[in-house]
Write a protein that binds this ligand. Structure first.
Ligand SMILES: *[C@@H]1O[C@H](CO)[C@@H](O)[C@H](O)[C@H]1NC(C)=O
Ligand SMILES: *[C@@H]1O[C@H](CO)[C@@H](O)[C@H](O)[C@H]1NC(C)=O
Length: 473
């Protein structure tokens, strides 16, 4: 069957070429317009050397993440060697400078432009969990005219306008496409060079970095002055072994790593941050659901209530929403982190990253601290500057001043499931969501399936903080 199909296709191509060469100029133009849906995807672009592709792994400083990034780098280089190509540059993003905000990519564009702008054709970005079939990827990149501006990736789109994208495109939320970073994404060098100038001349409009992939796509598109994302079907987020992944140049490793025995419940201390007005509405939900999954759990509130019981911190609350946590999944994830290292983990946001700002773990998705992180924080004497200061941002500032990086995990979510693209959630096993309304949180919690089904399964509480291996003395 395959052979016959191949033969037929070859014959078809031949016939159309014959028609093309014998046609008049006018007809030629007509034919090429009608028949070529990708006029810029060249079938036989002159040789693209693999070394003209700069690979950038979106790595993090934490030792577990460094290891994963190094493994991906070694894999890429050994594939390039096997192809007998001269080796491409494979960069680990976190080593390129001391700037904490580099994870937001845009501050690095001038670096890519000045180092590779003259001698390379593409910058290809990969996440730690992206797997690559280098030969296939090389073939895909060859089909694009490299002297043009290209922004390539696997498109995501919103189903409804969402707070994490500042309700952009409210009239037609699905119209704007942004890349799923897990599939890898690429910029052609002419685009990198132009953006590099733009970044230096024109700072970002928003101070906050919330959903980087969306913000990068908006910055590049620039209200129509720059290119839109071009969908490349070979960039995939399927698991590597999936039968549908045969044509894929990229695939995705599991999003929920397990690095040995899950951390024991007894080694996790859960602090539920609540406030008086939620003692009746939300705390019972926590009690009926995951309170039983936790060994050490305490409620911290602005009001002492012996029936829960809560511990009165003597601090008035400012309203900041609720979190859903899945302790077994968290226990598995934490097995990957060394509790003797100062780890501050969750969903990373940025504030003022373009101008030397700081990153923080957004409180609504849950914040995880190793014991060592807590010890260093306490020793530093860093404090809230006022009672209504956003606690998560203050913590971010504290860690930043201690020069301790925050560690990002895409499994924690500051917003509701509906606020994230369905295709993005489809390839992960989420740990937390936040701020849910109009659902019965208890029914949803008990309606658990092991993989994400696209149905909300959230529950309320106030922000939650975890401390691994706490000291109770
Ligand atoms: C381009 O130049 C950089 C140094 O500026 C070098 O590291 C890289 O290997 C060069 N790439 C090619 C393809 O020559
Ligand atoms: C449980 O989930 C399924 C599918 O995810 C849904 O159809 C069903 O209505 C849910 N049941 C409850 C009680 O929420």
């Amino acid at each position: 069957m395959m052979l016959r199909f191949g033969y037929k296709a070859a014959a078809f191509t031949f016939l159309s070429l014959v028609a093309f060469t014998s046609a008049s100029r006018d007809e030629k133009e007509k034919v090429s317009k009608v028949q070529d849906p990708f006029p810029d995807r060249l079938p036989h672009e002159r040789q693209l050397y693999l070394r003209e592709v700069v690979f950038v792994i979106q790595s993090q400083r934490n030792s577990f993440h460094v290891q994963r990034a190094q493994r991906l780098r070694a894999d890429l280089l050994s594939q390039a060697e096997a192809l007998q190509e001269s080796l491409p540059a494979v960069l680990l993003l976190h080593t390129l400078s001391e700037n904490e905000g580099d994870w937001s990519i845009l501050p690095l564009l001038p670096y890519f432009s000045s180092h590779f702008g003259e001698n390379s054709s593409w910058v290809m970005f990969l996440e730690e969990e992206t797997s690559i079939k280098l030969e296939k990827l090389h073939r895909v990149l060859k089909t694009f005219e490299r002297r043009k501006e290209w922004f390539l990736g696997k498109p995501l789109h919103d189903e409804e306008s969402t707070i994490i994208h500042h309700y952009a495109f409210a009239e037609n939320p699905s119209a704007f496409k942004y890349p799923d970073f897990s599939a890898g994404w690429a910029l052609s060098m002419p685009l990198v060079n132009r953006l590099s100038n733009k970044v230096q001349e024109q700072p970002l409009k928003s101070d906050f970095t919330i959903d980087l992939k969306h913000e990068v796509a908006l910055y590049i598109w620039d209200e129509g002055k720059g290119p839109r994302l071009t969908a490349v079907p070979e960039l995939c987020t399927l698991p590597e072994r999936s039968p549908q992944a045969q044509g894929c140049a990229t695939t995705v490793n599991t999003h929920s790593p397990l690095c040995g025995e899950p951390v024991k419940r007894e080694d996790i201390f859960v602090a539920v941050k609540t406030c008086k007005k939620f003692h009746i509405e939300r705390v019972p939900v926590v009690k009926k659901t995951w309170e039983k999954q936790a060994s050490h759990l305490e409620y911290y509130s602005d009001h002492a209530d012996p029936s829960i019981p809560t511990i009165d911190l003597g601090v008035p609350n400012t309203d900041r929403g609720g979190t859903d946590e899945r302790l077994p999944r968290l226990q598995a994830l934490l097995s990957c982190y060394d509790p003797t290292e100062p780890v501050f983990l969750g969903e990373r946001y940025g504030y003022g990253l373009g101008q030397g700002g700081y990153s923080y773990i957004t409180g609504g998705g849950g914040m995880v601290f190793t014991r060592e992180a807590v010890v260093r924080l306490l020793a530093s004497g860093c404090k809230c500057y006022s009672n209504d200061a956003p606690d998560d941002m203050v913590l971010g500032m504290c860690f930043n001043s201690l020069r301790l990086p925050v560690t990002h995990s895409p499994l924690f979510h500051q917003a509701r499931p509906d606020d994230y693209a369905r295709a993005f959630l489809a390839h992960q096993t989420p740990i937390s969501f936040h701020k849910h309304w109009n659902v019965d949180p208890i029914a949803v919690f008990h309606n658990e399936t092991e993989t994400w089904t696209g149905h909300p399964r959230d529950l309320w509480s106030c922000s939650v903080a975890f401390m691994s291996r706490p000291s109770f003395s």
